[in-house]
Design a binder for this molecule. Structure first.
Ligand code: ADP
Ligand code: MG
Length: 727
C-alpha cells in the first residue's frame, strides 16, 4: 500500500530537523500534543472532532468571520430586522417549560443597552454563555413582555480574542471544543510553523500566471485575515490547491489508464453498422454524427475508450449507444448496457430490440448463414431457468447484447468477450460500479479492457463535469432532432387553475391528442406509490377524464401488462395514461401533448425535466403542467417554468441543492472540497484542469514535483489512489 516504510519515515523525521519548509506530510505526522494547550486529556476530545494531526488542525477552516467594525449597537437595533451585535453576557439561566422543553434565557448588553436571548431545546447554552463572555449575536429582535428579545439567534463566542476580524470555527455544542480554543491552538500551530515556513509545492510559474498567493501566507490569512481582501486571496489559493489536487488525480488516472491498458481495436465499418445506419428512418443530427465519429475514433484504436456522453432528454442518445455497441457485436464480441433501475433496463431492452429487430448477423453455423442479434435482459427479476439460460449465453458468447441493472456486475455473470460497455447513469452510478464492470471484462477470454461509454441525460454543470467526470473524455449531444416544438410549462396551484387545466387537457384529447398524468412520487414505498396511482386512476376515469379511455402504468405490473398498456397507448386506444415515474425514460409517443405532474414539488429538477421530455416529441405544441399545493414555495418547479434548457436547469439545480449531492460518494473522503465551490469557482477549476493537463503531459509521474505527488498520496483515499500513479 502506502510506501511509508520505516526508512521513509526515518528520512522524513530526519529532514524535519533541517530547515527546509514544512510539508503537509510532516504536518500530518506532527502529534497534536506538540501544540500549546493540548495534552493527553484534551487530545481525545479533539480527535473525536475529527482532528488527528496538526495538518487536520490547520485544515479546520473558520466557518465565518466576525468583523468587529461591522456591528450594530444595541441602541440602533431595529425590531424585525436581522442584525449582528457584539455584546457581553450579563446573566444566563435555564428552566424547563411546562411541556418539558429546556429553555435557556440570557441577558446580554453593550454600552448602549440590553437585550434578552431565548433558546429552546439548547440546554447546553447555559454552559456556553458564561457571565462576562463576549459574543457576537446574529438574529432578529422582537418585543416580548416589554423587552427586546431574540429567539434562537446565532451566537458566536468571541471570548477574549483580539483583532479586527475574528475567525469562528465549526463547533458542536456537545463537545468541549469551542471556537475560541480551536483558534488558540491553530494560532499556536501557525506560530510553530513560522521559523521554517510552510512548503509550497505548486510551481511558482503557475502561481504567478494565476495570480495566487503563497501557500504559507494563505494558511495564515485564512485563519487570521487582516482584511477581507486577504481572506479572499487566501481562500482562492487554498481552494485552488484543492481543485488542482483533484485534477492531478483525475488527469493522472486517465493518463495512466491509457498507458497501461490494452483494449479492442474494433471495426467501425461493416455490414452490421452499415445496415443499421441505412435502416434508420431519419438522418442523424449533426451532433449525433459528430459524437459517433468521436466514439468510433476511440473504438478503432486499441486504447480503451472512457467517454461521457451528455445529452438532454430526447437528444437521441439511444441511437448513439446502439451504434457503439454494434461495433463490438460486428467483430464477434459482446456489448453490455447497464441501467440504474429495472424499469429503465426494461425500457432500454424494449427500445433497443425494436431498433435492431431487422438486423442480421452473419453466422456460418447457421443454415441461412445469418441470424438475428440475441439481446437479453438481466435484472434481479429474471429468475430460475430463464436466468440460467441467459447467464450461459453470456458466458458462451451467444448473447450479443446484455441489458440490465447492476445485476450485470454480480460475480456469477461472466462474459465470453465483452467489447463495449454502455452505462446509462440517469441517476448516477458510483465510480466503483463503473470500474467493476470494466474489471468484469478483464476476466473474459482476451483480458482486454472494453470501451466504456457513460451516458447521462442529466446535463451536468461544467464545474461538476470537470470534477466528477474529470477522468473521462466528453461528448455532448447539444442538438435536438428536428421538428420539435417548444413545450409550454405552467405551474398549477389552486382549484381554479386545476379545473382550467383539465378543461384544457380535455380539449386536446377531443382532437385526438394524448396525455400523461404522473402521480406523486413516494420515495419511501413503491407500494404506497402504486396505491396512489391507482387512486388517481379511479378518480380521473370517473371524474375529469370520464369521457376518455384512461390507462394505468406502474412499476408493480408485470412486463407483459406494462407492454399491453403501452401498446394500447402507442396505438392511441388509451387517451390518457396515469403512471408513476416508470414513464421517465423510454416512452416515446409523439402524439402525446400534455404532461401533468401531480405534486410536482416532490420531484427533483432533473426528474421533472426528464418527465417533461416525454412530450414535445412531435410537431404539435405540447404543454406541461406542474401541479403543486396551494402557495407552497417551490423553487424547483419555478425553475422548470422558467427554462427548458437542460444545461441551464443543471446550473440551477447546483445552486439549489448545493454540491454535496452532485459530488456524491467520490468526494466524501479526505479529498473533500472544503473551500472550493462548484458554484463559485469555475475559473479556478478550469485553471486547475489546464495546469494539471500540462503538468501530467510533461511529467506523467510527477517525478520532478515529489512533494506535490506525495500530497496526492497523503490526501486521497485508497479507492481514489488505486488508480493513481501506479506503474
Ligand atoms: P434520449 O435517450 O437522448 O432521451 P432518445 O434516444 O430516446 O433520446 O431519442 C428520442 C427520440 O428521438 C426517439 O424517438 C428517437 O427515435 C428520435 N430520434 C433520435 N435521433 C433522431 C434523429 N436524428 N432524427 C429524428 N429523430 C430522432
Ligand atoms: Mg478501442
Amino acid at each position: 500500500m502506502k510506501c511509508t516504510s520505516a526508512v521513509n519515515r526515518f528520512i522524513r523525521i530526519f529532514s524535519a530537523l533541517s530547515s527546509s519548509p514544512i510539508t503537509l506530510r510532516e504536518l500530518d505526522q506532527l502529534d497534536l500534543e506538540r501544540i500549546k494547550g493540548i495534552g493527553p486529556k484534551t487530545k481525545p476530545a479533539i480527535e473525536e472532532f475529527g482532528i488527528h494531526s496538526v495538518l487536520d488542525l490547520l485544515e479546520t477552516y473558520p466557518r465565518r468571520y466576525i468583523d468587529r467594525t461591522n456591528m450594530s449597537t444595541l441602541r440602533d437595533l431595529q425590531l424585525g430586522v436581522e442584525a449582528m451585535v457584539m455584546v457581553k453576557v450579563l446573566s444566563c439561566q435555564s428552566i424547563r417549560t411546562r411541556n418539558g422543553r429546556a429553555m435557556v434565557t440570557a441577558t446580554v448588553g453593550d454600552s448602549t443597552g440590553k437585550l434578552s436571548l431565548t433558546f429552546f431545546n439548547q440546554a447546553w447554552r447555559e454552559r456556553q454563555l458564561t457571565q462576562g463572555l463576549e459574543v457576537a449575536v446574529f438574529g432578529k429582535a422582537e418585543m416580548y413582555n416589554g423587552y427586546r428579545q431574540m429567539t434562537n439567534p446565532i451566537v458566536d463566542p468571541v471570548g477574549n480574542q483580539t483583532g479586527r476580524i475574528v475567525p469562528i470555527y465549526p463547533q458542536s455544542g456537545k463537545s468541549s471544543i469551542s471556537s475560541e480554543r480551536l483558534a488558540k491552538w491553530i494560532q499556536d500551530a501557525l506560530v510553530k510553523c513560522g521559523p521554517r515556513g510552510i512548503d509550497d509545492p505548486v510551481p511558482s510559474s503557475i502561481l504567478k500566471a494565476r495570480n495566487l498567493i503563497d501557500r504559507g501566507e494563505a494558511m495564515r490569512s485564512i485563519h487570521v485575515p487582516e482584511t477581507t481582501e486577504m481572506h479572499q486571496a487566501a481562500r482562492r489559493r487554498l481552494a485552488f490547491d484543492e481543485v488542482l489536487r483533484v485534477q492531478l488525480m483525475l488527469v493522472g488516472k486517465k493518463a495512466q489508464w491509457e498507458r497501461d491498458s490494452a483494449g479492442f481495436a474494433h471495426e467501425t465499418t461493416g455490414h452490421l453498422i452499415d445496415g443499421f445506419m441505412k435502416a434508420l428512418p431519419f438522418p442523424l443530427t449533426g451532433a449525433q454524427t459528430r459524437t459517433i465519429a468521436e466514439i468510433y475514433k476511440n473504438l478503432a484504436s486499441p486504447q480503451p475508450m472512457h467517454r461521457l456522453l451528455q445529452g438532454d432528454v430526447g437528444a437521441g442518445k439511444t441511437l448513439v449507444a446502439v451504434a457503439t455497441m454494434l461495433a463490438a457485436v460486428q467483430g464477434g464480441h459482446q456489448a453490455a448496457l447497464m441501467a440504474p433501475t429495472e424499469v429503465l433496463a426494461d425500457q432500454h431492452a424494449i427500445g433497443i430490440r425494436a431498433l435492431l429487430d431487422s438486423l442480421r448477423l452473419s453466422d456460418e453455423g447457421n443454415l441461412f448463414g445469418d441470424r438475428q442479434l440475441r439481446i437479453e435482459l438481466l435484472t434481479n427479476k429474471v429468475k430460475g431457468a430463464v436466468r440460467k439460460a441467459i447467464l450461459a449465453g453470456i458466458a458462451d458468447g451467444s448473447v450479443d447484447i446484455a441489458i440490465g441493472t447492476h445485476a450485470l456486475i454480480q460475480d456469477k455473470v461472466s462474459f465470453k468477450s465483452l467489447g463495449v460497455v454502455v452505462v446509462d447513469e440517469q441517476h448516477r452510478f458510483g465510480v466503483e460500479q463503473r470500474s467493476r464492470l470494466r474489471d468484469k471484462a478483464q476476466e473474459s477470454e482476451h483480458g482486454l479492457v472494453p470501451d466504456v461509454l457513460v451516458m447521462t441525460a442529466t446535463p451536468i454543470p461544467r464545474t461538476a463535469a470537470m470534477t466528477v467526470y474529470g477522468d473521462l473524455d466528453v461528448s455532448i449531444l447539444d442538438e435536438l432532432p428536428p421538428g420539435r416544438t417548444p413545450i409550454v410549462t405552467a405551474r398549477v396551484s389552486d382549484e381554479k387553475e386545476r379545473s382550467a387545466m383539465w378543461a384544457d387537457v380535455r380539449s386536446r384529447l377531443a382532437v385526438g391528442q394524448q396525455a400523461y398524468v404522473v402521480c406523486p412520487l413516494i420515495e419511501e414505498s413503491e407500494k404506497l406509490e402504486v396505491a396512489s396511482a391507482e387512486e388517481t386512476f379511479e378518480e380521473l376515469s370517473h371524474g375529469e377524464l370520464a369521457d376518455y379511455r384512461v390507462g394505468l402504468l406502474h412499476g408493480r405490473m408485470s412486463s407483459l401488462e406494462k407492454e399491453e398498456v403501452m401498446g394500447a397507448f402507442r396505438r392511441g386506444e388509451i387517451k390518457a395514461l396515469v403512471a408513476t415515474t416508470v414513464i421517465e425514460v423510454g416512452v416515446d409517443v409523439p402524439n402525446s401533448t400534455s404532461m401533468i405532474i401531480l405534486d410536482a414539488g416532490r420531484f427533483g429538477i432533473a426528474q421533472l425535466h426528464q418527465l417533461r421530455g416525454r412530450v414535445g416529441r412531435g410537431a404539435l405544441e405540447s404543454h406541461c403542467y406542474l401541479v403543486t399545493q396551494d402557495n407552497e414555495p417551490s423553487p424547483r418547479v419555478e425553475a422548470l417554468v422558467a427554462s427548458t434548457d437542460g444545461f441551464v436547469l443543471a446550473e440551477e439545480d447546483l445552486n439549489l441543492r448545493g454540491e454535496g449531492t452532485i459530488m456524491g460518494r467520490r468526494q466524501k473522503g479526505q479529498s473533500d472540497l472544503t473551500l472550493a465551490s462548484l458554484q463559485r469557482d469555475l475559473d479556478l477549476i478550469m485553471w486547475a484542469r489546464e495546469d494539471a493537463l500540462s503538468m501530467i503531459e510533461a511529467d506523467p509521474m510527477l517525478k520532478n514535483l515529489p512533494t506535490l505527488r506525495d500530497e496526492l498520496d497523503l490526501l486521497f483515499n485508497e479507492e481514489e489512489e488505486e488508480f493513481l500513479f501506479k506503474s
